[in-house]
Design a protein around this ligand. Structure first.
Ligand code: SF4
Ligand code: F3S
Length: 104
């Protein structure tokens, strides 16, 4: 599966949701997740994210993000249409370790 990680938090550009062939993105207040059981590993979303927040789960160190994606994909609503990024997206893009800043 592919995983949404750190740099989506407080940016949420949403370019990713439009390209997913199986519509497996789910939206929280300031972050999106991918449903790991629905993602077909096509990789199309990865280069679409301006914040480079989407990674394959084969990359090391993504365990905590994989769990966040799996857990919240079951709770948050599906999103398939792009919307405006968050107002603070530009400032927050690239800020290190935003793990503690995503609102569940
Ligand atoms: Fe959707 Fe493909 Fe991205 Fe998985 S890798 S979330 S199937 S676009
Ligand atoms: Fe987040 Fe990137 Fe999508 S910032 S909403 S993963 S385009």
């Amino acid at each position: 599966t592919y995983v949404v990680t750190d740099n989506c938090v407080r940016c949420k550009y949403t370019d990713c949701v439009e390209v997913c062939p199986v519509d497996c993105f789910y939206e929280g207040e300031n972050f999106l997740v991918i449903h790991p059981d629905e993602c077909i590993d096509c990789g199309v979303c990865e280069p679409e994210c301006p914040a480079e927040a989407i990674k394959p789960d084969t990359e090391p160190g993504l365990d905590k993000w994989l769990k966040v994606n799996a857990d919240y994909a079951q709770i948050w609503p599906n999103i398939t249409v792009k919307k405006e990024p968050l107002p603070e997206a530009k400032e927050m893009d690239g800020v290190a370790d935003k793990f503690d800043q995503f609102f569940s």
